[in-house]
Design a protein around this ligand. Structure first.
Ligand code: ADP
Ligand code: MG
Length: 138
């Protein structure tokens, strides 16, 4: 296990429902440290750029609409095995398949409006951290 950093986004649905504090409490309780944080309303180009890997997927338009409909909270999380640890805390993409106690089980509505994003590997973590925190030491 190594100390890693990962990128988290609390998505518009969770911000609208006032779950920012509850989600951050779960993050800290899991032993992850919040190293940087911003609240912002994504523009369409920012959301499209962030999710560029999904641009051929049928749900891409819906995903961009969703991610730009209200503010999000973006943060850099650090800890032992942070990438896998945060993915585990988030739960499955579809909350119907998410384990008890996970963020998505607790707060997500469906496979689209699923409360949080977390990087899926070291390369994407580095790219995603730089996307929102340019100049941040990854
Ligand atoms: P994850 O966020 O768990 O890494 P993916 O990278 O596969 O999941 O998908 C990125 C995001 O796209 C999901 O978190 C979700 O918001 C949205 N999404 C994924 N699959 C679907 C789908 N079938 N319908 C609508 N939105 C989806
Ligand atoms: Mg993903």
């Amino acid at each position: 296990m190594a100390v890693e950093r990962t990128l988290s986004i609390i998505k518009p649905d969770a911000v609208e429902k006032q779950h920012i504090g509850a989600i951050l409490a779960l993050v800290e309780r899991a032993g992850l440290s919040i190293k940087a944080m911003r609240m912002l309303h994504l523009t369409r180009p920012m959301a499209e750029g962030f999710y560029a890997v999904h641009k051929e997927r049928p749900f891409f338009g819906e995903l961009v609409e969703f991610m730009t409909r209200g503010p999000v909270v973006v943060s850099v999380l650090e800890g032992q095995d942070a990438i896998a640890k945060y993915r585990e805390l988030m739960g499955a993409t579809n909350p119907a398949n998410a384990a008890e106690g996970t963020i998505r089980k607790l707060y997500a509505k469906d496979v689209g409006e699923n409360a949080v994003h977390g990087s899926d590997g070291p390369d994407t973590a580095a790219t995603e951290i730089r996307y929102f925190f340019p100049g941040y030491e990854v």
